[in-house]
Structures are given as C-alpha cells and as structure tokens.
Design a protein around this ligand. Structure first.
Ligand SMILES: C[S@@+](CC[C@H](N)C(=O)[O-])C[C@H]1O[C@@H](n2cnc3c(N)ncnc32)[C@H](O)[C@@H]1O
Length: 509
C-alpha cells in the first residue's frame, strides 16, 4: 500500500485523542470529523480503518509496544502512546510498508508531540517492524506464563485476551455464555489449545479453531450493513434494484430474516425506501428477535385480530418499526415507550411510514411503571432491555475498554424490574419477548431464571422451535433436555449477527 498523506494520520491521531479525553463514541465522532475535513475517499477509508482498528486492537498493540520497549507503557510520554499505537497498527494490520510506518510515525510524533521525541519513536518503531504480525502474536502470548494459583483455563483466557485484544473479564463472560448456550462444539476442544498464537498456516488454524477464538476473532471484524425491508411497506426486489442498478452497490438477501438485505458500497441514506422510512438499517439478529415475538402463540382473550402490542424500551425504534409493519398486516395496534427524548424522536421518525391507525400511544415513562399503569392490557410485549452491549462489540470498537463488571450488577436489577413490569402489563395468555444485545449470563439467562422462580403465573416458551419455523437453516442449540423449553443466544461466529439473547415468556391463563 502506498504511503498516505501525513494529514490522514494526524486526523486519526486527533480522533483517538478526543475519544480518550471525552468518552465520546467513534461511530459518532469519526463521521463528524471526516465530514469537516477535505480528504480523498481513500484517505477517509485509511483514517476509518486506522481509528477503528487502533481502538479494537489496543491491548494487542500495547503488549507489542511494551515488549519492544522492554518497559511498561506508563514509562512512555502519554501523548506519544496513540502515535505509536497508530504506527504499530499500520505495520501489524494494514500492510503498510516498513519505511512508511517508521518515517510517518516519527513525523507524526515530531508534529504533534515535539521534535525531541523523534529519536525515541524511531528506535521503538524499528524494533516493532523487525517482527511481523504472527511473530508478535506468538511473542506476546507466550510471555504470559502460568502464575501461582492460575488454572489452565485462567492461563488460556489471559492469552486469548491479549491475542484477540479483549479485557480478560469479557473473554470469561463470552466463554460462560457459549458454554451455557448449548451449541454443539464441532471443533478442537479447548484443552488442545494453550492460547498461544500459531505460526503455522493461518487458514487451516482457523478452520479448526476453538469456538471462543472464533467468537473473539469475529468481534474484531466490522459487520456488514444489513437492511430490514419492512413488510407491506417495501419490497426486497425494489430495494435490491435501487442498490444494484441506481446506486451501483451490491446487495444480497440475508440468511436468517426474510426481510434482510445485506449491502455493500452504498450509503444507506442514499436508498430511497430508507429515506422514506419503509426500510431501516437493522442487524438480522434484531430482526429475528422481533419476529420471534410476532410468531409466538398468544392465548389471550383478544388473540388474533385487535391485539395490543407494546415495545417497552423502544429507542431508536428499529424493532418497533418492524413490529409495527407486521402489526398493520395483522390488524393489531402497537404502542412504544422510550424515556429518553432524543431517542423517542428517533422512534417517531422510524414509524413515519406506518399507517397511523396501527400506532397506539408513544410514551416516555420509566418502563418499570407499566405494570401499575396498564395492568393486564397487552397481548405481546417486547422488552429489548438496556444492557451492557457486549454482544455488539463489532460495532462499538471502544466499548470493550469502557465497560466494567460492576456496571453489569446495576443493569441486571433494572432488567429484572422491567421484565416483571412487562409481565404485570400482560393479559393472561399473552407473551413477552425479553431481548438483550448482550450474551452475559447475569443479563440474560439469570434474569429469566430469577423471574421464573418468583412467578408461578409465568412459563418459558421454546424459542428454538419458533426460530426453526421462521427459517429452517438457522443454527440451533442442541436438542431439548427433559423436554424443557429453551431460550436462545445468537453468536456472531455462527449466526453472523450481533450476539442477541432471546427469551419468550408466557403468562398462564
Ligand atoms: C437496547 S435499547 C432498545 C433498542 C430498540 N429496541 C431498537 O431495536 O431500536 C434499550 C432502550 O431502553 C431505553 N431505556 C433505558 N432505561 C429504560 C427504562 N427504565 N424504561 C424503558 N426504557 C429504558 C434506552 O434509552 C434504550 O433506548
């Protein structure tokens, strides 16, 4: 790859520094920054890759920098750290030539931090470019040795954390979620892998990698842009033609949701039906979570036509719009609730193409109050609960470094209370779909188990059976044990969706 103009690197550095200082989000700050500067499209792609990649691979990069420096990161001038991370990222992940990585990083350090730093940065970068990606991977993972009291699993997790650049506690949560989800493990066993990177053929290593490695690897890859072509409002062929013929991008039907279209090379805002609210940008996992609620059997007094539906935590409204387009086909009415005003406005915008006779109330209350305010009122309720978002790390490159295990406890309590309130607001015979964009057990299965242990009036519905009806090709967990109904956890590496958790509960009649 040829060297990029110096200002692309300088812009990437400014964005990384602002993200560190203000806790802002890369997916908001980066497009805003890029729209305010005069850069070619290829430079914009360079900045996007450099910023997102440097954020995602931070632990890997810092481990390489420390190994090359032979001292802890804190001994390096704080302003230089993002300069060197950017340089190391270009060398290890962007296939940029050695001389450009070294020289441009020295230039950036000189310009943004001071001329006195050039000697240090030059010597550090020369050490970094003396090994390639795979050599560094083996180097930094094999430096992690078994400390006293560490089990084999602890060691493997510590190495996976560095190798795939995730906090250790997140790796452990993902592993626990995978172990609990009940999918068949067709690959090599965890015990055959000590967590050190391989210097062998990468493709064959990937073909038999263990499921946690596969999951962590996919977390570091940007997801496809997926559209939801809202039923009765737009037609897949119409949107396909707009993308392929008018906008010269490419489109492919999704593999799980009948309404999904994966697109490339097109800004979704340039698609006519997106601008008109007849199509939305929505991951397939979110689509099938909403569809599962519509497919569950309701046995309330109003089941069939005239059902009342509620989306209790609706903002920004992607699932509300899909539910609403189906509600309009079925003669049901949907209400939506979102306490945060700016997100409530996004819900309204998402519903702009829906027939107003389908929309009930749009409220802005704490969902925990619904049970008291509207007891036994709704037939179907979606609780797409606020959560840690650890199932969508592909989309939020900085998120993994900002979350902490402490924040999960508070979320679990709110999730429990929202679900309890939804059950109170449900008619006997009605169903609630409890959904999170997180696989963490404390936010998923443990919330459901706690509610079921408190409420004899509620029972679990078997979600994999509903999914199998929706699409015969959806990868499903292993067969039921003792005929017990199951929740379903989606995984990026097997479903190619965000890691959504879906549970459906029915209120007994
Ligand atoms: C995971 S998001 C929902 C995403 C949405 N269903 C969609 O598909 O576009 C969770 C939402 O819950 C909202 N929320 C937070 N606290 C809430 C509460 N106490 N009651 C209801 N909603 C809440 C958040 O503002 C956020 O918009």
């Amino acid at each position: 790859m040829p060297a990029q103009p110096a200002n692309a690197r300088s812009i990437a550095y400014s964005v990384l520094t602002k993200l560190d200082e203000n806790d802002s989000y890369a997916n908001l700050l980066l497009p805003k920054t890029l729209s305010s500067v005069n850069l070619s499209d290829s430079d914009k792609s360079f900045v996007t890759d450099a910023v997102y990649g440097t954020l995602r691979w931070r632990l890997f990069l810092d481990s390489v920098i420390e190994a090359a420096h032979k001292k802890p990161l804190r001994t390096i001038n704080a302003k230089l750290i993002n300069v060197v991370r950017l340089g190391a990222y270009q060398w290890l992940f962007m296939n940029i030539a050695e001389y450009a990585c070294v020289n441009e990083t020295v230039n950036l350090a000189r310009k943004r931090v001071g001329a006195q730093t050039s000697g240090f940065v030059n010597s550090l970068m020369r050490k970094i470019v003396s090994y390639d990606h795979h050599q560094w991977e083996v180097n930094i993972t094999s430096r992690i040795r078994k400390a006293e009291g560490m089990s084999d699993e602890d060691l493997r997790i510590a190495r996976q954390a560095v190798r795939f650049s995730h906090p250790q506690w997140v790796v452990r949560e993902l592993k626990d979620a995978w172990d609990a989800a009940g999918y068949a493990d067709n690959n090599i066993t965890d015990n055959a892998d000590d967590g050190v990177g391989t210097l062998g053929n990468q493709e064959s290593a990937r073909a038999c990698e263990n499921p946690i490695d596969a999951m962590l690897r996919v977390d570091n890859q940007p997801p496809a842009v997926t559209l939801c072509v809202r039923p009765s409002l737009a037609d897949i062929d119409e949107v396909y033609d707009d993308v392929e013929e008018n906008l010269h991008g490419s489109a492919q039907q999704g593999s799980l949701s009948p309404y999904a279209l994966r697109i490339r090379g097109v800004n979704p805002q340039n698609i006519q039906s997106v601008r008109e609210g007849r199509t939305g940008v929505e991951d397939e996992g979110s689509q099938i979570a909403a569809l599962a609620l519509t497919l569950a059997t309701v046995e309330s007094s109003t089941s069939g036509a005239n059902e009342q539906w509620l989306d209790m935590c609706a903002g920004p409204g992607g699932k509300t719009a899909l539910l609403a387009s189906i509600a309009s086909q079925k003669g049901a009415k949907i209400s939506a609730n979102e306490p945060h005003e700016h997100r409530r406005e996004l819900v309204k915008d998402n519903l702009k193409a829906i027939n107003t006779s389908t929309i009930g109330e749009i409220t802005g209350i704490n969902g925990v109050k619904f049970g008291e305010l509207k007891p036994q009122y709704f037939d179907r309720i979606l609780v797409d609960a606020p959560c840690s978002g650890l199932g969508a790390l592909r989309r939020r490159p900085e998120a993994r470094w900002r979350k902490s295990p402490d924040s999960i406890g508070q979320l679990s309590q709110l999730q429990h209370d929202l679900l309890g309130s939804a059950l109170d607001a449900l008619k006997p015979g009605g169903v609630v779909a409890y959904v999170t964009c997180s696989p963490v057990l404390a936010e998923t299965r443990h919330v459901i188990d706690a509610i079921l242990s408190e409420r004899p009036d509620v029972s679990r519905v078997d979600v994999p059976s509903i999914m199998a009806k929706l699409n015969a090709n959806i990868p499903l967990p292993a067969a039921k044990i003792d005929d017990q109904p199951r929740d379903m956890q989606l995984f990026e590496h097997i479903h190619d969706t965000d890691q959504m958790f879906i549970s459906i509960l029915k209120k007994n009649k």
